[in-house]
Design a protein. Structure first.
Length: 120
């Protein structure tokens, strides 16, 4: 469950390290896996395309709050994570580090799944 001012870790190679949620798109007060949010970059690596203080769209890929699946199982991660998207909702990076949940397949984020290391 991602709310306003939640700090997210960036798990792609775009150059951002910490992201701060400033808006949840879709009219909800909390974001879950697969939701798009507007983030401000808090920390970034030097000599990269993304700089600190910039505003970007981002896709939530991991949350600490349990994700209930239809078969009754739950999926839970150790940290809240997101990846940075461009204006066409395509990942701005070329690699995604760590596993990505299968639930993104139903929401048509196939490019995210193809560049990820693994799916859960």
């Amino acid at each position: 469950m991602i709310q306003l001012n939640t700090i997210l870790n960036a798990v792609d190679n775009s150059g951002a390290k910490n992201l701060k949620c400033i808006k949840i798109l879709g009219g909800s007060f909390c974001g879950h896996v697969g939701d798009i949010v507007i983030v401000a970059v808090q920390k970034a690596l030097s000599q990269r395309k993304i700089k600190s203080g910039e505003i970007h769209r981002s896709l939530i890929v991991r949350t600490k709050k349990e994700l209930q699946r239809k078969d009754g199982s739950t999926l839970k991660f150790f940290m809240n994570s997101a990846i940075i998207l461009n204006n066409k909702n395509i990942p701005q990076s070329t690699r995604i580090l760590g596993p990505i949940p299968r639930e993104l397949r139903q929401q048509k984020f196939m490019k995210v799944l193809s560049i990820a290391q693994g799916t859960l």
